[in-house]
Ligand binder design. Structure first.
Ligand code: ADP
Length: 341
């Protein structure tokens, strides 16, 4: 497995990566999630051996890689823009590393065909890379990265340059491709949906530090703090009495005292007749999936809510009642995930 201990990278006086500890088991897919400038790419480059460590260690299968140059680590890297070789065909790109290793031509052809099938581009061998769409280019880049069976695949925002629909589809495919190939991978992204689609473990970075890590479920169910919750796509964080009211409405007595906080996704509160919370509609609009509202809820404040799409849109000022869907809510900082130290 990959083990990072106290990994620190400095650029002049700034610590771009500061004391990061992380483990990735063989076959695991870790997403490193954080805002721009939080040190994700620098961490990935440090694992690859492309940045010098100011402190700490990177180990794989128990071996310290400090003196192992990038090309001898058995890792592959894939970037946002794929970086395909422009004057080579698709097969030329995918088979590049195999030819460098003097693999016989027949074996290269067979492996290239297998990889192109894996990434959903069967028969693309002779295409020129200049004629490919953005999504196809990233699939070719992925096939090229997987060609030599890397023991670790490092993905730096591999889908960020694609438009939304394509990004979602390719994220699902990427997950399946990594599972099918049994590849151990670290994915760097600022997009929580991409992280949730592709990875099975999550590490949150902020200002060069690791602020939280754990299984998807652990991090998702109990973000460390309000900032982590917002970064994971929660729309609102409630404190104290407001949090207590929402939990009580869901039938959950609050246990942890006044500082308990609750994060809500936009669909955590639902307008239904006879619901335990009461409020007044501030605004509402219809979307294909639901009616989305802002509701001023008694004792809670103004929050997002949804109503079924076939309901008439309630006018502003209308009194409504609401229920709470706890699967769309999280308690902040609850127990099991790891904290910074
Ligand atoms: P992210 O990938 O999360 O956007 P980066 O790892 O690219 O973040 O950057 C982390 C910090 O390190 C930023 O403050 C960035 O400006 C700085 N940084 C990154 N690369 C270099 C470099 N080669 N030289 C100097 N500073 C750098």
């Amino acid at each position: 497995m990959l083990e990072l201990r106290g990994v620190t990278v400095r650029f002049d006086s700034t610590r771009a990566v500061d004391g990061v500890d992380l483990d990735v088991p063989v076959g695991g897919v870790l997403a490193v999630l954080g805002p721009s400038g939080s040190g994700k790419s620098t961490l990935l480059r440090a694992v690859a051996g492309l940045e010098e460590l100011a402190a700490g260690s990177v180990r794989y299968d128990g071996r310290d890689l400090a003196r192992v140059p990038p090309h001898r680590r058995g890792f592959a890297l894939m970037f946002q823009d794929g970086q395909l070789f422009p004057h080579q065909s698709v097969a030329g790109n995918v088979g590049y590393a195999l030819r460098l290793r003097r693999t016989p031509a027949r074996a290269v052809r067979a492996r290239v065909a297998e990889l192109l099938a894996l990434v959903g581009l069967p028969g693309f061998e002779d295409r020129s890379t200049s004629g490919l769409s953005g999504g196809e280019r990233q699939r070719v880049a992925l096939a090229r990265a997987l060609a030599v069976d890397p023991r670790l695949l490092l993905l730096d925002e591999p889908l960020s340059a694609l438009d939304r629909g394509l990004r979602e589809r390719l994220a699902r495919d990427l997950r399946e491709i990594l599972l099918a190939a049994g590849t151990t991978a670290v994915l760097v992204t600022h997009d929580h949906e991409e992280a949730f689609t592709v990875a099975d473990r999550l590490a949150l970075m902020r200002g060069g530090r690791l602020v939280q890590s754990g299984s998807l479920e652990e991090v998702w169910r109990s973000p460390l703090d309000a900032e982590a919750a917002r970064f994971l796509g929660y729309a609102t964080v409630l404190d104290h009495e407001a949090a207590r009211r929402v939990l009580a409405a869901a039938g959950e007595p609050s246990s942890g005292g006044a500082e308990r906080r609750v994060a809500l996704r936009r669909s955590a509160l639902r307008v239904v007749p006879g619901g335990p919370l009461r409020g007044r509609v501030r605004s509402a609009r219809t979307t294909p999936d639901a009616v989305r509202l802002r509701v001023d809820v008694d004792g809670v404040g103004e929050v997002d809510a949804v109503a079924a799409p076939d309901e008439p849109v309630p006018p502003s000022g209308r009194e409504v009642t609401l229920t709470v869907d706890l699967s769309r809510a999280a308690r902040l900082g609850a127990d099991r995930t790891r904290r910074p130290h």
